[in-house]
Design a protein around this ligand. Structure first.
Ligand code: PLP
Length: 360
């Protein structure tokens, strides 16, 4: 509309190289001349799959889909099919996309009392989902080991570094508890790394925690700005998927060659030496010593600013676009230059010095 903005939403974290990166654009343009969709596996899909298997240490086999929602939804179906169990445990404040069974009210800790958080979802469809407090060891242990439920828990799914209630890293002892307890009760551990995959490190959050989940969901960055996502994990589990196994999953545009090309190019750019260190250095230009609480892991962070809407408008009027909710993470991309980041920092400092006097 003729205005320009410096973007720190970056398509909710997908654009780690910023908008219209020339390398990605050029490769995509070339790829498009060969056809844009075939509905079957292509060589470029295999190349991206091999790259993911090489870099994400828990993934032996991977299946592409078109959105993070499909990735988590399919991972949960696979976990239920593999374990022959029903209950899915998730955590309050974690977002796994908009599939019915995830949209349960926070704190619905007992299956019979589960209540959906959205209209249009009968309560029966969230009956086998449980939402527990994040990072709380005692209540989690208690539920997972509860004799009434433990043999019916198919999977525990979480964002190992939560990015949808501000940035909240999982406590290492929480992640460890989940790994040990799921193994003990025969449930699968699913890391939703739709945000953190290729964002916090090449190997995702699981490489930082040195933990191997059974299944991992990826999205955002692996599409290089195009619709692509994936789920993958141990071969033994992935082999339960159709057509090899009994768990149905399919998608017309899954593994779309244009999206695969963009994703592969994006990941190869991430492999340049020092990429993640440099991105964190850039993020620190904004976040160092701010007079508001900051939560940060590498290039993803969130600021606790109350009230949020006038803060959003204040930045927007200065040509800065941040995610329009305080529960979302902000993202720095390799396209941001130091001058953009300094400008952002100055704008936040200006807000802080003025906001005490504003009538909000
Ligand atoms: N999982 C996480 C952690 C997410 O942040 C999101 C989206 O923001 C999703 C899943 C769903 O992905 P999509 O919006 O591509 O369906």
């Amino acid at each position: 509309d003729g205005n320009s903005y410096i973007d720190y939403c970056c398509s909710w974290g997908a654009l780690i190289h910023g908008h219209a990166h020339p390398v990605i654009l050029q490769a995509v343009q070339q790829r498009m001349t060969k056809g844009t969709s075939f509905g079957i596996t292509t060589e470029i899909e295999e190349r991206l799959a091999r790259k993911i298997v090489e870099l994400v240490h828990s993934i032996e086999k991977v299946r592409f889909v078109s959105s993070g929602t499909e990735a988590t939804m399919s991972a949960v179906r696979l976990a239920r099919g593999f374990t022959h169990r029903k209950i899915i445990v998730k955590f309050d404040g974690n977002y796994h996309g908009h599939a019915d069974s995830f949209l349960i009210k926070a704190g619905s800790g007992v299956t019979e009392l589960a209540e959906s958080s959205s209209a249009g979802i009968p309560k029966e469809l969230v009956k086998y989902t449980v939402s527990l407090p994040y990072n709380e060891l005692d209540s989690t242990r208690e539920f997972l080991l509860n004799p009434t439920y433990r043999d019916d828990i198919a999977a525990v799914i979480l964002e190992p570094i939560a990015g949808n209630m501000g940035v909240v890293p999982g406590k290492p002892e929480f992640i460890q508890l989940l790994r040990e307890t799921t193994e003990k009760i025969g449930a699968l551990l699913i890391f939703d790394e739709v945000i953190t995959g290729f964002r916090v490190a090449l190997g995702g959050a699981q490489s930082l925690y040195q933990t191997k989940p059974d299944l991992t969901c990826l999205g955002k960055i692996i599409g290089g700005g195009f619709p692509a996502a994936a789920f993958g994990g141990r071969a033994e589990i992935m082999d339960y998927l159709a057509p090899n196994g009994p768990v149905y999953q399919a998608g017309t545009l899954s593994g779309n060659p244009v999206a695969m090309e963009a994703g592969l190019q994006a990941i190869m750019l991430l492999q340049e030496p020092g990429f993640y260190k440099e991105l964190e250095r850039k993020a620190n230009i904004i976040t160092r010593d701010l007079p508001v609480p900051v939560k940060q892991v590498g290039s993803m962070f969130s600021l606790s600013v109350e009230p949020f809407p006038p803060f959003f408008r204040f930045l927007y009027e200065r040509g800065i676009y941040i995610p329009p909710s305080q529960y979302e993470s902000w993202f720095v991309s390799s396209a941001h230059q130091d001058s953009h980041l300094e400008m952002m920092r100055d704008a936040i400092l200006e807000w802080c010095s003025q906001s005490a006097q504003l009538p909000y």
